[in-house]
Design a protein. Sequence first.
Length: 410
Amino acid sequence: MFEHVWELLIEARRKDQNVITPRTVMVVLGRVAKVCSVRQTVETFKKFKKIVPDYGVNCFNALLRTLCQEKSMADARNVYHSLKHNFRPNLQTFNILLSGWKNVEDAELFVKEMKEMGVEPDVVTYNSLVDVYCKGREIEKAYKVFDEMREKDLSPDVITYTSVIGGLGLVGQPDKARDVLKEMKEYGIYPDVPAYNAAIRNFCIAKRLGNAYELMDEMVSKGLNPNATTYNLFFRVFYWSNDLQSSWNLYKRMMGEGCLPYTQSCMFLIRLLKRHEKMEMALQLWGDMVEKGFGSYTLVSDVLFDMLCDIGKLSEAEKCFLEMIEKGQRPSNVSFKRIKVLMELANKHEAIQNLTQKMAIFGRPLQIHERVTTPVGEMGELNNRGNVRQRDKWPKEELEETQGISSLTE
């Protein structure tokens, strides 16, 4: 499958033996891993031994990082254990594999192995460990890591504190989590947007929206702009409390500030609008989506078309349907069939023919079986070593989100 790539690499090496680097390895493995199995990816990695002058731990790390990104953390760790004796793992190796670990005991054993190999943890390592402890609700252990870091003259950073803020929320201590925001400043660490989002999330879970709004206002006073994740925390609460007015006011606020909502926020809002039969507001949301290009047209349109058909607004449904197609987005087959049935009842045969011709450009009918998931940009960010730092996602909410969105898309 990648014969031409190998021919190119071999030819390049003939001209310059140092041209193939660990970065080259990672780029090629990334393409292979997208379409091949883990075993085939590892076999490709082994083939590089013949053409890479520095076929060592940096190449090994490139393989592990690729597997983390394109396959799974479990695959990367399994490959690590099968190949680690052929290389000498370094700090980067362990930091790549510790990112996103969920099992506390396994993470502790991995850090222990790291120390036994003479590799000293750095801030990134400790942040991963704190993250595991906090998501496992073992806050006392997380604080012990703080002590160990300071003993080794390593300063916790904003990522460390954000993990603790989220962990305190999981054990029902949102006020103590808010105090951590103040404690950070005493150590010269200033909260960023993900840190505030973690604290706001805690109050949203506790249904203390007044405190949550206070923190959002505090963010703004510090020169930090709430992002789509911040607003989504409130949209979730308003959806489950059936509070359309607050949800709509929040939507207008974020749009006024130039912050575009995620698909999940759009789904919370369109469902509320359908429940309350607010057609004009629903059409405004749709118009904003079409104009500014945010959200999933397919998921939101399914709810919108249901609503418009339920209240007999066939012309509006047809207009939105055509707008979607003009954007190159395919309406679901379910929506198409429903609108088509209503058009047949209304004897709008020309309109049916027009829509049928428009849908023909997409080929076979589309069946919708999608879930709304939070984008990587919502969940975290790459730290300066390239590891994904999960800072906006916590186990309890993951469960609530999964349960909630399954009902939203049914």
